[in-house]
Design a protein around this ligand. Structure first.
Ligand SMILES: Cc1ncc(COP(=O)(O)O)c(C=O)c1O
Length: 281
């Protein structure tokens, strides 16, 4: 008798962007001219200095198991980055490095969610949020992002979720937002921080596009302005796509010069998935 897959295995779906990617690659291989709009992959090649650094690291023997939380130098560098950009005061000890944001969605859900817990998700949302929430038997509570509100999170819905849900436990935030492009303002994040302060509610703040804000600037929920957020509130921060700018740095310098302003430089940054980090503050 053939081995039966588990019920869980048969409930697992696909991420549609990768299905479309496979079709696109097949058409390209068959000689079709395809404009790819599915996954956020960089159109640029890896710059020579990154290739050399990778090869050199292997030559230097960095090809064995690393520490499970990530290489300390990288964790320190990530901590310096968020401190510099968002006014935090974290150390490398607060940072865990991993191979992608989705891993941290899963770990976050496993770390915090019990069956029956409510998770507020602003919608439309990234397709891997629901399966990660559902595999913990938690409930997804949707708040619609509206064009009339610039696709910013609704504080009224957060308030309702906290006051009316039977077991409110977590909020998934994503700003700058995929796919609407909405950017949460400082006042939105401050409002959410004020509402959840003192409660056993955790936030997964998914910020892979933090350097892709063309007007105003990106704010991260654990910024210096809302440092008073109670320490029970935990922020898992992803920052991968824009952080692949080791790949694009040279190109953006070529396009905009060395002393370009941040917003100009950001135009040169593009999508690529390489690293994520997740911290608990
Ligand atoms: C909102 C959002 N979260 C997470 C990810 C990426 O996750 P990962 O780094 O696991 O590919 C993306 C990528 O498109 C995204 O748009």
């Amino acid at each position: 008798m053939p081995a039966q897959f588990s019920q869980f295995a048969s409930s697992v779906g696909v991420e549609s962007a990768f299905s479309v990617l496979a079709i696109a690659k097949r058409l390209i291989a068959a000689g079709k001219d395809v404009i790819e709009l599915e996954i956020g992959d960089s159109p640029f090649s890896t710059p020579p200095k990154a290739i050399e650094a990778g090869v050199q690291a292997i030559r230097d023997g960095h090809s064995r198991y690393g520490p499970s939380l990530g290489i300390m130098d990288f964790r320190n560098a990530a901590a310096e980055y968020v401190n510099r950009e968002y006014g935090l005061s974290v150390t490398g000890e607060h940072v865990i490095a991993g191979p992608g944001a989705k891993n941290f969605e899963q770990l976050f859900c496993e770390a915090f969610l019990n069956p029956g817990d409510g998770v507020l998700v602003f919608s439309p949302h990234f397709p891997t949020y629901p399966p990660n929430i559902f595999r913990r038997d938690a409930r997804m509570v949707l708040s619609e992002l509206k064009a009339s509100h610039d696709f910013r999170p609704s504080l009224e819905d957060v308030r309702r979720f906290l006051n009316e849900d039977k077991a409110p436990k977590a909020i998934f935030l994503n700003s700058p937002h995929n796919p609407t492009g909405g950017v949460a303002l400082f006042e939105d994040l401050k409002g959410i921080a004020d509402l959840i302060r003192g409660r056993d509610v955790v936030v997964f703040s998914d910020e892979p596009y933090d350097r892709m804000v063309w007007r105003g600037r990106h704010h991260s929920i654990p910024s210096r302005w809302i440092r008073s957020v109670d320490d029970k509130v935990t922020i898992a921060k992803t920052a991968d796509e824009a952080h692949a700018h080791w790949r694009d740095e040279e190109r953006s310098q070529a396009l905009f010069g060395d002393d370009n302003s941040r917003s100009e430089r950001d135009v040169g940054a593009s999508h690529n998935l390489n690293r994520s980090f997740s911290g608990t503050y």
